[in-house]
Design a protein around this ligand. Structure first.
Ligand SMILES: Cc1cc2nc3c(=O)[nH]c(=O)nc-3n(C[C@H](O)[C@H](O)[C@H](O)COP(=O)(O)OP(=O)(O)OC[C@H]3O[C@@H](n4cnc5c(N)ncnc54)[C@H](O)[C@@H]3O)c2cc1C
Length: 434
């Protein structure tokens, strides 16, 4: 039997994973990446010996990404964030961050009544049935579960750090609670060397399984069969057409729509997606002025700062690699760098004299589409199959019913594998994970 020919559009972690899984399953895969390097938003830059991810990246240890990477034989190295040195940030000042029963009782970011309310909620968190929360917004959920403003502010901060989302009126409580459950149950991993190590490892798996990875090659359009309804190829920016049986687009909803001009359903998906954005400041310091202050989370504002090099190898000997971020809501303007610097002034006074490398990004797209309460939560996200166009599939952190962020990207890559390989292709190799 002839191997099914598949074009994967996009060489980020999602596209590479799809390429590796499909090639291992026996497909004849070519991946096209428009930029001259792989990785997309999972790229890491080396600046003066510091490894800068594109904003703070943490891998959920209970998430789909780690599961799928495991199936590919990729075992990320690194560690969980430091369990000491965490602070809540309120009105520009540091307070004890409630992390467990003792700090919850000693912190002054909560009143006594607030402490009891939060303790009760967190004790039962793992048992909350999230299936029923799809159409409820996170804001509504917080308002119904917590009577006190200070408790709601703390829970909102936990949701922001777990989801990256500052727009709690739009975000489905189902997705928010699942993320917080996952974060509190199994924590996250800061990856040694940065997320480009994951990209390189998955790319190696894809190549070894026979996938061809073509860089600096933009796909301009999906070619449809005469009369429409089914894909038959991709047209590259230089005009050449590659005939394929299936196309997997691993980009955002706007990119999918642009590849099939005039398709009203894909245009609507792109219009209705609500992206998650953040401003980020990466810092490489020669050392920490306060070695005991490793993490700050805003409770009266959408702030985050974390010394990632305290847990993962991301800095030269003695140095410190810190990510600072502001979570942006839908209507928020990109902030000035000084706003993020103020978080560092609180966490690490004197940091400016130790800067070796820095990079500011005022508005990065963290996720191409959040699970919306208005659409019923995770089940309301676009499916991997494009129902009216046979052979067209999509992968990304805005697709499918499982997870958020990279977990959604890799879970959707796995869902494409299931959809494409079900009984249609004679496996060329042992099925992955079998
Ligand atoms: C600041 C920030 C922080 C984040 N933190 C976390 C975190 O803590 N945990 C987590 O799980 N996730 C996090 N993420 C999200 C994570 O990085 C993404 O979910 C993941 O990398 C998405 O991978 P992807 O392959 O789906 O998309 P992308 O990485 O966006 O890749 C898409 C690729 O497609 C290419 N492309 C698009 N159109 C075309 C075309 N027509 N032809 C050829 N190539 C094309 C692009 O160049 C790009 O390389 C964060 C993201 C950001 C920006």
């Amino acid at each position: 039997m002839q191997a099914m020919k598949v074009a994967v559009v996009g060489g980020g972690l999602g596209g590479l994973t799809a390429a590796a899984l499909l090639a291992r399953g026996g497909c004849d895969v070519t991946l096209f990446e428009r930029s001259k390097h792989l990785g997309g938003r999972a790229q890491t830059s080396e600046v003066e010996g510091f490894r800068f991810n594109l904003g703070p990246h943490a891998l959920y240890r209970a998430g789909a990404a780690l599961r799928v990477l495991g199936r590919l034989g990729v075992k990320p190295q690194g560690d969980i964030p430091a369990q000491t040195g965490g602070y809540a940030l309120r009105a520009g000042r540091l307070h004890t961050l409630p992390r467990g029963p003792v700090s919850l009782m000693t912190t002054d970011v909560l009143s006594l009544a607030g402490k009891l309310e939060v303790a009760r909620l967190l004790a039962g968190l793992g048992r909350i049935d999230t299936d029923a929360l799809g159409s409820l917004s996170t804001r509504e959920w917080l308002d119904t579960r917590l009577a006190r403003e200070d408790s709601r502010a703390l829970l909102a901060a936990l949701v922001r750090v777990a989801t990256y989302c500052a727009d709690l009126t739009a975000l489905s409580a189902q997705a928010a609670v699942r993320q917080v459950q996952a974060a509190t149950a199994a924590n996250v991993l800061y990856v040694d060397g940065g997320w480009s190590t994951l990209v390189e490892a998955v790319a190696l798996q894809a190549r070894e399984a026979g996938a061809r990875l073509e860089l600096s090659t933009r796909v301009a359009a999906v070619v449809l069969r005469e009369g429409g309804g089914r894909v038959e190829g991709v047209r590259l920016a230089d005009g050449t057409v590659r005939a394929v049986d299936a196309v997997v687009v691993a980009g955002g909803p706007a990119e999918v729509a642009a590849l099939v001009p005039g398709d009203a359903a894909l245009a609507r998906d792109a219009q209705e997606a609500v992206p998650v954005k953040a401003a980020t400041l990466e810092l490489g310091l020669s050392g920490l002025p306060r070695p005991d202050a490793l993490f700050a989370l805003g409770v009266d504002g959408p702030w985050y700062a974390s010394v990632h090099s305290a847990s993962a190898r991301l800095a030269p000997e003695g140095g410190a690699m810190i990510h600072v971020a502001k979570y942006l809501g839908g209507s928020d303007a990109a902030p000035k760098e000084a706003e993020l610097e103020a978080v560092m002034d609180a966490l690490q006074p004197g940091w400016r004299a130790r800067v070796v490398a820095r990079r500011f990004r005022p508005a990065l797209t963290v996720s191409e589409g959040l699970p919306l309460a208005a659409k019923g939560g995770l089940a309301g996200r676009p499916t991997v199959e494009v129902p009216h166009l046979g052979g067209l599939y999509r992968v990304g952190d805005w697709v499918g019913g499982e997870g958020m962020l990279a977990d959604a990207a890799l879970a959707s890559a796995e869902a494409v594998e299931r959809a494409l390989l079900q009984g249609t292709v004679a496996p060329r190799r042992r099925a992955v994970g079998a």
